[in-house]
Design a protein around this ligand. Structure first.
Ligand SMILES: [Zn+2]
Length: 424
């Protein structure tokens, strides 16, 4: 019998349901003032007014978290990251801040190849330990499920290694890690100028091993002008689908290439980035129920304009928010920064942002039936904020409001109140 827990006396703010929320529905939060949540065996058993729930249970059987004056929201789901990698690239960021061009950075040995080299020369234990540390940092922000992609090996051995590390982390760390095969992240130097040959190599030599060893649930591709064309992206994703993987795409980030249309055509679970997505592409995402995953921290770090979240939601799509945490373009997993950017810069409402970072993030990982909301039957992945309302998530700009993180019904993080120094 698992541990029993009651969280009492708080505001509970959550989207509801077992699938993504589309368009206007993203605003529909259930908000209970002075509520309580009953947890048993890691699963939410009851949610409702504290007065009713406390009366119906013998409290001595339970661990009680008194959350008076606080707000409980679902654990955050970060549905797009590249968090397993070797090395860091602070010098490249520094050069960019000092006005260096893309080519200058490349000539100085920067760019993704830098990370690929460092990842190829890392061993399992190094990647695993770095992964543990990064997952710990995510918990501090209230992230309870994270997606992680390969894509810094770009050879069979290292791609598989990255995914194996993620599989081990999923077992060893409380945060749930969902793995995506992104061998088609860039063209490695060994295949320079032979993009199709590289896709064929992935299809013949890497993808079958990923599937056979059950190392990933999703296959993703960096569909972008000069990297993987629509035709090559289609070739890879169709093959991945045939072999039983779900699919995703980095779509229309830099050029309007038609990545959104491709994701819709192939029945992808999500299309990600979408800064340049066409109206037709957005329409297709809606029609084919593809989650539009937006990554505002990347646009922020690169000082680019943001994806048009307002248009995408107003056209009726389901939007998820994620970090895109990676060592190059966006080295942050800051949930509060993303809330600020989503609400202030992208004009999303706080309700839409909360839905996007919980239930719709879960839907982008095909997990909306088990996580992403505080409802009976779902996993007890709950974040208690320091403040009495979810509205503080956008109002207290870019500050971490997390006080307690509950994962699978267990407290995995509790920020203690600072002891103030008093006169002696
Ligand atoms: Zn990405």
């Amino acid at each position: 019998m698992g541990k029993k827990l009651i969280v009492k006396a708080c505001q509970i703010a959550t989207p509801k349901g077992k699938q993504a929320k589309y368009g206007k529905e993203m605003n529909n939060l259930a908000v209970i003032e002075n509520g309580a949540i009953v947890v048993e065996d890691g699963i939410i058993q009851e949610v409702g007014p504290a007065a009713d729930i406390l009366q119906a249970h013998d409290l001595k059987d339970f661990e009680i978290i008194d959350a008076a004056g606080k707000c409980a929201v679902p654990g955050f789901v970060d549905a797009h990251t590249h968090f397993i990698f070797g090395g860091y690239r602070p010098d490249e960021f520094y050069m960019r801040l000092n006005g260096a061009s893309y080519m200058e950075i490349m000539n100085a040995g920067g760019g993704i190849q830098n990370t690929v080299n460092a990842t190829r020369s890392s061993c399992f234990d190094e990647l695993f330990q770095a992964g543990m540390d990064r997952l710990d940092a995510m918990v501090d922000y209230g992230i309870t499920t994270v997606e992680g992609k390969s894509g810094y090996g770009l050879d069979a051995e290292t791609e598989l290694l990255q995914l194996k590390v993620q599989g081990k982390l999923n077992q060893a760390h409380p945060v749930d890690v969902v793995s995506t095969f992104l061998g088609a992240h860039a063209v490695p130097p060994e295949f320079k100028g032979r993009n199709e040959a590289y896709i064929d190599f992935l299809i013949q030599n890497v993808l079958p091993k990923v599937v056979e060893e059950k190392l990933a649930e999703f296959c993703d591709v960096f569909c972008e002008d000069g990297v993987f064309s629509i035709a090559l992206s289609r070739k890879l994703l169709q093959e991945a689908k045939k072999q039983g993987l779900e699919i995703k795409a980095h779509a229309d980030e830099i050029e309007q290439l038609g990545g959104a249309e491709l994701a819709a055509e192939l029945g992808a679970v999500s299309a990600d980035h979408l800064l340049e997505a066409s109206d037709h592409g957005i329409e297709q995402l809606k029609k084919h129920r593809v989650v539009a995953t937006l990554l505002p921290a990347t646009a922020f770090c690169l000082n680019k304009r943001y994806a048009d979240a307002r248009k995408i939601i107003d056209q009726g799509c389901a939007v998820a928010l994620a970090s895109d945490f990676n060592p190059g373009s966006c080295f942050t997993q800051s949930v509060p920064l993303i809330f600020a950017l989503a609400c202030i810069q992208m004009k999303m409402t706080p309700e839409e942002a909360l839905t996007a970072f919980t239930l719709n993030g879960a839907a982008a990982l095909k997990r909306a039936d088990s996580i992403g909301s505080i409802e009976t039957g779902k996993k007890a992945d709950i974040v208690i904020l320091k403040y009495p309302s979810y509205k503080y998530l956008s109002y207290h700009t870019a500050a971490n409001l997390v006080e307690t993180v509950i994962k699978d019904g267990k407290i995995v993080k509790q920020f203690s109140t600072n002891k103030r120094y008093t006169e002696v």
